[in-house]
Design a protein around this ligand. Structure first.
Ligand SMILES: Cc1ncc(COP(=O)(O)O)c(C=O)c1O
Length: 392
């Protein structure tokens, strides 16, 4: 309830959506439904960028502080996905994380990677580029539905020879929550490893690598993570052995990055072996700010709030006659509701003029929800979409 600032749950204080929203001054006069692309600017993110600049003024060689910030980003990310920091590599983007995984395979004739129609292109392209190294790439495609991919669609293409299966936690096009646990079980039974691209869910979906039982997981810090582009994180299940050492490398992948030895190549024993050169330090400040905000929240409360908003948005859009393509049931509908329409870019531009941020992709207008969104945002966007449509 809006005036009820602090609830008490089992003795712990839970931050309400209304309280959380106050950390994002931009939301006083904007409706932000574009977290699937970029989260709203928080007070904490502004302060972190300020701190980055101040440190450079006060300490012209700030590497010690920078390294600590990168380590803090690694630790906080690890805690948010139920991993140990030693299981997390800091990379520059999700594609780099995917590449490091692919580069560890010494592909043999008959080897295959399974991806899907709901893979984000950047990661999908890394898999396709492996064809030049002799691998076959197979796609799980929707068979029962125009847009959604089910576990049977993966089962149809995970065959003998499949060594890696790539599955997103949530589809970037329409927010479908993928059956990751079922795909993982299937892939493991057929002898393949699994990488999860969690970018479209990290921050609003409860995440635990142990529960997912995945071998690798990648996500960046922007979008629902409330940080900036320029940094991403690759979880690697401890004890996994690869055919080859990561092919993209650099001093931050060494046992001792500060040994400065150009004659020998050793690899860190932990997930740092997947790292490369100097990390994206400004983005690490952003990640620490965003992840710090997320760490204050109750992940279950966030997921429930976002699911309630998505349900309301879905219902209101359908009632207003819009062509919603997202999953109908709450279990499969993630933090985003997408509508098929003739000119999503034009509609997004007109909504933007009215102070409503959305995210168009191809034939779809994506409306995404975070803990800072409220029912009023949902009602407002449906009303604006209706009035734009009626005005022709
Ligand atoms: C699911 C998903 N994965 C990855 C990315 C981005 O990949 P990268 O960090 O390589 O730009 C996005 C969006 O930008 C995405 O939605």
């Amino acid at each position: 309830m809006p005036g009820d600032a602090v609830q008490s749950r089992g003795g712990s204080r839970v931050i309400t959506p209304e309280q959380f929203r106050e950390r994002f001054p931009v939301l006083r006069d904007k409706v932000h439904l574009a977290s699937c692309s970029q989260g709203a600017l928080s007070v904490e993110l502004s302060a972190a960028l300020d701190r980055f600049e101040r440190q450079m003024l006060e300490h012209p060689n700030p590497w010690a502080a920078w390294s600590e910030e990168v380590e803090k980003a690694r630790r906080t990310f690890a805690a948010l996905i139920g991993a140990h920091p030693a299981e997390v590599a800091v990379v520059s983007c999700a594609s780099e994380g995917a590449f490091q995984v692919a580069s560890g395979y010494d592909w043999q004739p008959g080897d295959a990677i399974v991806t899907s129609a709901v893979e984000f292109p950047s990661v999908a392209h890394v898999w396709l580029a492996q064809r030049a190294r002799g691998v076959t790439v197979r796609h799980a495609v929707p068979s029962k539905d125009e847009w959604l991919v089910w576990v049977d669609d993966f089962a149809a293409v995970i065959e003998a020879g499949t060594r890696l299966v790539s599955v997103p936690l949530v589809a970037y096009q329409h927010g479908q929550r993928l059956p990751v646990r079922a795909v993982t079980e299937l892939a493991h039974n057929r002898g393949a490893r699994v990488i999860v691209d969690a970018y479209q869910g990290f921050g609003v979906e409860p995440l635990d690598v142990g529960d997912l039982d995945c071998d690798y997981l990648v996500s960046g810090a922007l979008k629902y993570g409330l940080g900036l582009p320029g940094i991403a994180f690759l979880y690697v299940r401890p004890g996994l052995r690869s055919d080859l050492a990561p092919q993209l490398t650099g001093w931050f992948a060494r046992k001792d990055p500060f040994s400065f030895d150009p004659f020998h190549l050793d690899y860190a024993a932990d997930a740092r072996r997947f790292q490369t050169g100097s990390p994206g330090v400004p983005a690490a400040y952003g990640a620490v700010a965003g992840f710090g905000l997320l760490a204050e929240l109750d992940a279950g409360a966030v997921a429930a709030h976002v699911a309630d908003l998505a349900e309301l948005l879905h219902e209101r859009l359908v009632a207003a006659g819009f062509a919603v393509v997202s999953a109908v049931d709450r279990e499969r509908r993630g933090p985003q509701v997408a509508v098929a329409m003739p000119d999503p870019d034009g509609v997004a531009a007109r909504l933007d003029q009215r102070g409503v941020s959305t995210s168009p992709r191809g034939r779809l207008l994506r409306l995404s929800l975070h803990y800072y969104n409220l029912d009023t945002d949902v009602l407002r966007v449906v009303e604006d979409l209706r009035s734009l449509r009626d005005a022709g």
